[in-house]
Design a binder for this molecule. Structure first.
Ligand code: GCV
Length: 615
């Protein structure tokens, strides 16, 4: 196989495709070091010393070379750090470093028929024909790739649990899952599993009501069996009372009752319960202007602070809506000081271009993390962007998002320029600066042509790719922009739905006033007339028109920048990525013309610069 040309090596160009050998994480670390040094042609002596520092490591100089010193998994991370630095021609020396988040997770939304919900990179890496059925070599390479950026837990199965996925926690599948866990463990990666909340009701207990002792016993027995096979399982991940999934509300019980019951079944084994907070009314009547979906999670959970057991972790999406291109940080992430929280990000590009359009996510994540206090979440998870495509992510450049996520999970901060430079130096050393520039320019282009000023959901319903200004306007999902002939947006200020009141005072006050609200979020928080004058003197509508014309041009510029790299890229890589940029340019034009025409037809106001809008 021509490694570089398929994208299969990802950023691990300093390692051969052959998988490492060994029975323990330390064996793998030594095997990777040997293989990496030889493939880099690096002659200095490198010693590996194990200590009791867990995942932390340091790299120092010795008389005749280097010493990588770290705990059980720390030495593996140290080896990858060392090889990556040498490959980038930087100093590998580092003072002691340890991860910011103790659990750094990928959530796959894979189904057992092999499909991937919101997957844009082929089929599942784990499941086929309702079986756990994977290519072992590929799982080693997947695990090595994740470990190289310190990811230490994965959930292979979808939060929407479709049969027979519920049976993963039974003897039917546990022996196969154990084998998967055994491979991943070599790389310091632990498993987490999603469960079907109502399973006791049809699998022996007759009900799933968390009030019933029989249901407690049922879960205790399940947990005992699962931990017999996988003693280091992180725990369960649950989507309950969300988008038609059953949950405690189904039985008239509270989320503390439901979550604590499951957490207590896991507690004897040190397990944790990750409880997703994506709870809102998905059957809203669009005529109802009182209900405001972004308020839902805070309203449901904030009053429950302090009532969850210690091993319950509330998993909260970064924004209050749903992974839109531009959202404020979820107000729930500022609240609940007495509750454990995990921040949930989405690497899969559901609303950000389906890994057809390029969208480097590190800036979006930086904007989230810099809004939040450092300790806002104790754990981090992200919906994965991986599938069985040769290049893992569909778009070769989308690998940069997985890389950046791992770096963020280690550091607790996002440094988009640094991560783009590192990734590009490793992956395309012959054109690193140009590729990093392309990545860094990509989110602004997409945001301009797809999502004006914090408005979301103007996408084609269900698939979430391409423009449809009223695709969600008269639906049940609670995601309305309410455009008419003079104005657009939902007033979420204290004069409207009161959503801004869910934030700590200093943020709430800032968001509440259109004059101080960050411009990029203006239409997330406010309803404004098209002739509202923006800070730079343009009207709101002119700004929308301009952004769409500019965004489409910027998409063309991304493609042109890539075309400049023809002689610097392996041929198939170049062609594969070029084909994506061609689709992106087409999509961007479609967005530009559909959205601009929509507003022109609504408002009757022409573009001040007389550019083409279809009447
Ligand atoms: C897994 C959005 C997505 C769904 C996803 C859901 C969730 O609504 O469109 O595909 O379901 O979020 O996060 O649970």
């Amino acid at each position: 196989m021509n490694i570089i040309d398929t994208g299969a090596a990802a950023w691990l160009t300093y390692l051969p495709m052959e998988i490492p050998q060994g029975e323990t994480t330390q064996d793998i670390a030594r095997s990777e070091l040997r293989a990496g040094l030889s493939s880099l042609g690096f002659a200095a002596k490198v010693d590996v010393i194990e200590d009791d520092k867990g995942e932390g490591f340091e790299i120092t100089q010795s008389q005749d070379g280097y010493v990588i010193k770290g705990g059980k998994t720390g030495v593996l991370y140290g080896v990858y750090h060392f090889l990556s630095a040498i490959a980038r021609e930087e100093s590998p020396l580092t003072p002691f470093t340890a991860p910011h988040y103790p659990l750094r997770m990928i959530n796959h939304w894979d189904n057992m028929d092999g499909s991937v919900e919101r997957g844009y990179a082929g089929r599942s890496l784990f499941f086929k024909n309702h079986q756990l059925d994977y290519d072992e070599q590929r799982i080693h390479r997947y695990a090595r790739m994740l470990a190289s950026v310190s990811i230490n837990a994965i959930c292979p199965n979808n939060v929407n649990v479709h049969p027979p996925m519920d049976l993963l926690i039974t003897k039917t599948y546990l022996p196969q899952l154990k084998k998967l866990a055994d491979i991943l463990r070599l790389y310091g990666i632990r498993l987490l599993l999603t469960i079907e909340y109502s399973m006791p009701s049809y699998h022996g207990a007759g009900t799933a009501d968390p009030h019933e002792k029989t249901v407690h016993t049922w879960w205790e027995e399940r947990a005992a069996e699962v931990y017999r096979y996988i003693p280091d399982l992180v725990g369960f991940l649950v989507k309950a009372d969300s988008e038609y999934r059953p949950g405690p509300f189904t039985y008239g019980r509270s989320h503390t009752q439901g979550a604590n019951m499951l957490a207590r079944a896991l507690a004897p084994y040190g397990g944790k319960l990750f409880w997703r907070c994506f709870v809102y009314n998905c059957k809203q009547d669009w005529r109802d202007t009182e209900t405001d979906r972004p308020k839902a999670a805070f309203a449901t959970y904030a009053p429950l602070d302090g009532e969850f057991d210690d091993n319950v972790v509330l998993q909260i999406k970064n924004g209050p809506l749903d992974f839109q291109v531009r959202e404020p940080a979820s107000p729930l992430l500022y609240a609940m000081p007495n509750t454990n929280k995990a921040l949930e990000l989405q690497i899969a590009q559901e609303y950000t271009g389906h890994q057809i359009d390029l969208f480097y996510l590190a800036q979006l994540w930086r904007d989230v993390l810099t809004q939040l206090p450092k300790g806002a979440a104790q754990y981090i998870a992200a919906v994965g962007n991986l599938g069985d495509d040769d290049n893992w992510c569909g778009h070769d450049l989308a690998q940069a998002n997985l890389y950046a996520y791992g770096r963020i999970a280690w550091l607790g901060e996002s440094h988009p320029e640094q991560f783009a430079a590192e990734w590009a130096r490793l992956t395309y050393p012959q054109a690193a600066e140009e590729v990093a520039d392309i990545l860094l320019a990509s989110p602004a282009a997409y945001e301009k042509y797809a999502a004006p000023l914090g408005l979301g959901f103007m996408v084609n319903p269900h698939i979430h790719y391409g423009p449809s200004p009223e695709g969600y306007e008269f639906s049940l999902w609670g995601t309305y922009h309410r455009a008419d002939q003079t104005a657009i947006g939902v007033d979420r200020s204290s004069r409207g739905t009161g959503f801004t009141g869910q934030y700590p005072d200093q943020f709430g006050a800032l968001f509440d006033d259109p004059a101080t609200c960050p411009e990029k979020l203006l239409l997330f928080f406010h309803r404004l007339r098209y002739d509202h004058v923006m800070a730079d003197g343009r009207t709101l509508l002119q700004r929308i028109y301009d952004d769409h014309f500019n965004g489409a041009q910027e998409a063309e510029a991304l493609k042109a920048a890539w075309e400049q790299l023809k002689d610097k890229m392996p041929e198939r890589t170049f062609e594969r990525v070029l084909a994506r940029f061609e689709r992106q340019v087409k999509n961007a034009r479609e967005w530009r013309d559909v959205i601009n025409t929509y507003f022109y037809r609504k408002s009757g106001i022409s573009d001040a610069r007389g550019r083409m809008i279809y009447s």
